[in-house]
Design a protein around this ligand. Sequence first.
Ligand code: ADP
Ligand code: MG
Length: 311
Amino acid sequence: MSITVENLTKIYGSQKAVDDISFQVKTGEILGFLGPNGAGKSTTMKIISCFISPTKGSVQLDGFDINKHSEEVRRRIGYLPENNPLYTDMSIFDYLHMSAALQNVSEKEIPDRIKQMVDVCGLGPECHKNINELSKGFRQRVGLAQALIHDPDVLILDEPTTGLDPNQIVEIRSLIKEIGKEKTVMLSSHILKEVEATCDRILIISKGKLVADGSTEELKARSSGTNRLLLQIEGEGVKEGLLALDSVAQVTPADEHGKGSWFVDIKTGRDSRKEIFRLCVDRDWVLLQLTPMQSSLEDVFRKLTIQSEDL
Ligand code: ADP
Ligand code: MG
């Protein structure tokens, strides 16, 4: 089941939380929705899950429109809200029973669905406990079980690993990946590593606007603009010599990489490696290192959302 978001806008009073965004999530995809705090992630997810209505724009789930067919949309969507609000004085069983009933799962089917969820979400060992006796990792599993109880085709997970310890993060991630084999998943995070580890595709949102959409590799490539080489050369007048090459934009010292090291930024679309090699031969310089530097996705994220303060 696919999600199509078109020209979505949400204004709270005078605050534009989501500003005319459009994107698609394809069937079976795990989409990462990345952005700093306050970017508009939760607002977008609440609208897709029919918890709040948009000021403008539309969302369709395989043709079902959130404005016109909210019942049908809700039936097909599982939603794990930010901070995973749970009724902590209930037992896991009672809570899942209530969630299933709220999702109109028939009374007859509920026990089987709960059993399946306990199994899928790995709740077995803690199954007899009240929610307030559970660790944060297990509470998150209960949240996932609640989102999945009516077997929806689409899962919307708002910051599902925030507040978990590193072991719990790894466990929840692998659970999401497993679930993602059968469902369309949209997952938000303000942590780049999170979406990089879990998702097929990444959308980056900043101040209510989409600033990037692509696979991890595409985003890295798009941002690279000028390529950077790390050079280490023994010789005289290296900086001036390199700068004189037509394809070279900038040369900066990189002493942290050893004596005679330089970062060389190459103009977009050019490749200077052969020229540099020939220059070294001509000048009798000794070329000790020539390494292309990869721009990290972290750089991309920072560049695209740079004005945001809570990074
Ligand atoms: P994110 O989930 O990316 O952190 P949100 O969607 O929660 O971002 O918030 C986007 C912007 O909308 C923020 O500036 C936030 O303060 C504002 N906002 C969110 N919910 C409300 C609300 N109920 N009333 C007024 N402003 C809100
Ligand atoms: Mg949020």
